[in-house]
Design a protein around this ligand. Structure first.
Ligand code: ADP
Ligand code: MG
Length: 165
């Protein structure tokens, strides 16, 4: 079974609540979280610098029989569902869900690029990922811990989210 990792981020409203709801809603769509990193508080990378701080987690999921595109569809549905609840007007998203790694799979499709481009360069991905796997590798065999240190500020903020049973 390939190990599948998703990255979740929120920087609006009830951020911790949005992350927990995302985990719960993904599970209802068959994308069950089996392990969650600590919650990390991270400075925004790219985009406007006046954006609020993010909360980020990485979760390991069991996709069952779902394909990567099925999981992306589920993630987009959950983003839309939570976004609609919180935001009336166009603006920063309540939740962002990215597929980071899917075992050794590589996909160059712009709609679904795996591994997620530049994930290994971002502290808000790498530090939570290391909570779940102390020595993750990219599909090309590179060890993430041997790459240049990832950019951006990240500090532990809260214990892991609760994992749906
Ligand atoms: P970002 O996550 O880069 O801030 P978005 O969440 O708006 O940006 O995603 C933009 C597009 O990225 C989505 O339409 C999605 O199809 C595409 N995409 C490509 N690869 C992935 C991936 N591995 N995980 C999630 N989305 C991806
Ligand atoms: Mg995204």
């Amino acid at each position: 079974m390939p190990r599948v990792f998703l990255g979740l981020g929120a920087n609006l409203g009830d951020r911790l609540g949005a992350l927990q709801q995302a985990v719960d809603l993904l599970a209802r769509r068959g994308v069950r979280t089996v392990a969650c990193s600590r919650v990390w508080a991270t400075a925004p990378v790219g985009g406007p610098t006046d954006q609020p701080e993010f909360l980020n987690v990485v979760v390991e999921v069991d996709p069952g029989e779902l394909s990567p595109v099925d999981v992306l569809d589920a993630a987009n549905d959950v983003e839309a569902e939570l976004g609609r609840v919180r935001d009336v007007r166009w603006g920063p998203r309540t939740i962002d869900i990215d597929i980071l790694l899917w075992g050794d799979l590589r996909s160059d499709d712009p709609r679904l690029t795996i591994p997620h481009p530049r994930m290994h360069e971002r502290a808000f991905v790498v530090l939570p990922l290391l909570d779940l796997d102390p020595d993750p590798r990219l599909p090309d065999g590179r060890r993430i811990v041997e790459l240049p240190a990832p950019a951006g500020e990240a500090r532990p903020y809260a214990s892991p989210l609760s994992v749906p049973t």
